[in-house]
Design a protein around this ligand. Sequence first.
Ligand code: IZC
Ligand code: ZN
Length: 421
Amino acid sequence: MPKQIDTILTNIGQLLTMESSGPRAGSAMQDLHVIEDAVVGIHDQRIVFAGKKGSEAGYEAENMIDCGGRLVTPGLVDPHTHLVFGGSREKELNLKLQGISYLDILAQGGGILSTVKETKAASEEELIEKGLFHLGRMLSYGITTAEVKSGYGLDKETELKQLAAAKKLQDRQPIDLVTTFMGAHAIPPEDRDSPDEFLNRMIALLPEIKEKQLAQFADIFTETGVFTVSQSRRYLKKAAEAGFGLKIHADEIDPLGGAELAAELHAVSADHLVGASDEGIQQLAASGTIAVLLPGTTFYLGKHTYARAREMIDAGVRVSLATDFNPGSSPTENLQLIMSIAALHLKMTAEEIWHAVTVNAAYAIGKGEEAGQLKAGRSADLVIWEAPNYMYIPYHYGVNHVHRVIKDGKTVVTREGTALG
Ligand code: IZC
Ligand code: ZN
């Protein structure tokens, strides 16, 4: 008697299972195992088998999906977003064209601080509704797991409101969410002259956030005009003592030594790293800290110098990629576009890019044992792509290649095309 399971995917042209015993570094990121003519079995929201045609022998399913020779991969993991916020910042695009920089806009009370005003003014329900809209779009682009930061409150009430909204979003849509407290995202204008006191207030929130299980990670913007390396060290050490995993917005615009700090504190990830020094890169390789690169931000800030991904991979750093979705420096939910920018500007190969948006991204947010790989027993989170092979996604840029998204064994997105076919 064949064993009855929920779903069998057949006729998969290329299957990437991304199976790996941990995050991949260096040349192991190039080592992509492609299974041609493959099948996947799903039961009770989990993968039963994922492998060569024939693996389905002895199984039967009412729901048979013919993949038509398409590419199938794990659902994408986006390990760095600022998803919950009020308002938008389209007016800053014109300022940018006039040559006013991101940090100048922030110093004038705009940028992050304008989003802080709009986030304070929004109710929790409004933040949830807006978050749902953006998460729906992320899901449509194939993202099934994502990180979400606070940091547009800078006071207790609004930071907690943002984190509570993020938590409630988990029950209102399918993407798995990991939350990060980022109260140290900017200095409110009234605290300009006493940043350490402001930082003390954010540090004082750590125990309550931990106790209410509102966030698993803590993050800080280590940048010129925001927080110094020594202020960041003080905040992150307190966060570690309170039981948070650590993340750092490191060397995004100016090279301050954020990479070195991330390595020193054994942060789970160091994010941005555009200005990371040679020494910082070596230290990240040694500490095992995952480099989350955000080339969409470099692109959108109109800069020409990108993070040195090649040097990082060659030095043995575990590299990941994310959208950095936020209303200022990277207003996009499209991780597929980031994959193209990574190919063209970070000079990453398609093989490295796939590791960066699946297995390594999952480890960058503490989900490495749950997301980013297709193997028996794991959640059935996968994407059927309108593409014949894995190289096609970074190659054909700026559009959505999703054919179908399956989350926890259920089809949550289908794109069957227009009347024209
Ligand atoms: O709202 O500008 N870089 N934080 C650090 C951001 C970008 C988000 C924003
Ligand atoms: Zn960010």
